[in-house]
Write a protein that binds this ligand. Structure first.
Ligand SMILES: [Zn+2]
Length: 258
């Protein structure tokens, strides 16, 4: 077992206790939970993808509509990393906690499918998913798997099997609204939980960053684990500034076997 500084160890123990007592715990995850799996946080400055291009521009709905090949070209290395990535200890620990009945749902800002690959059943994908593509003309939705490989390896753009028009990944681009059904579900999860764990999110991207506030307003406990402080650390029951792939497995071990 890893050993931690006293203050972090105390945070792990208190968080475990909150999980044990919670009747409905909800987890909100961001890019920080996937960086240990090799997926860059393309929204944060200094990451490889940001320095090459301006994602706010190439990954925007406007660019996709006017120059979809530019968006796809920018997306290609990220798609490869996502396709090849495997879940890390934090994803696996959350899946175990869910299986044991300690977690009701995982809300994620990530599009990388790593929670699902780890075995988590109830995932709310706030920024959409790479699992499916939708036709830009006839809106038919298709499974992305048969299209991903030819795209990643040969750069072949995916076209609709029904009408031949370009397909768009069902991920939310900059400038695009969150899907209403998903957003309502995320709000409901946040308002009905009695414990929220924020893991690997700096809580900077609205409107998702407002979800923990909705939980707090209804009296839920809040645990935040992230490499950098967030605007809600002052209001959290526990705030641990460290790597989620170290801390979440330690919490899970304490909850399950402690
Ligand atoms: Zn079509």
């Amino acid at each position: 077992m890893k050993s931690f500084p006293d203050s972090i160890q105390a945070g792990i123990e208190f968080s475990s206790e909150l999980f044990r007592k919670a009747k409905r715990a909800v987890v909100l995850t961001g890019a920080g939970i996937s960086t240990p799996s090799g997926i860059p946080d393309f929204r944060s400055e200094g990451s490889g993808l940001w320095s090459r291009d301006e994602p706010l521009e190439v990954a925007s709905l406007l660019t996709f509509r006017t120059h979809p090949e530019n968006s796809y070209e920018w997306f290609r290395p990220l798609a490869r990393q996502i396709f090849e990535a495997t879940p890390n200890a934090a994803h696996r620990a959350l899946a175990e906690l869910e299986k044991a009945g300690y977690i009701h749902s995982v809300l994620t800002q990530n599009i990388d499918l790593l929670h699902q690959k780890a075995g988590t059943m109830h995932v709310v994908e706030l920024h959409g998913t790479l699992r499916t593509l939708s036709c830009t003309q006839c809106f038919q939705q298709v499974d992305s798997m048969p299209y991903l490989k030819p795209f990643i390896e040969q750069g072949r753009l995916p076209h609709c099997p029904h009408c031949g028009s370009l397909l768009k990944p069902d991920v939310i681009l900059f400038g695009e609204q969150l899907p209403q059904k998903t957003w309502l579900e995320a709000q409901r999860e946040s308002r009905t939980c009695d414990l929220m764990l924020v893991a690997g999110s700096s809580l900077e991207v609205m409107p998702v960053a407002g979800l923990p506030m909705q939980a707090l307003d209804r009296g839920a406990h809040l645990v935040i684990i992230n490499n950098s402080p967030t605007y809600l650390n002052v209001r959290a029951d526990v705030a641990i500034q460290a790597n989620v792939s170290d801390i979440i497995p330690a919490i899970a071990e304490q909850v399950l076997y402690g």
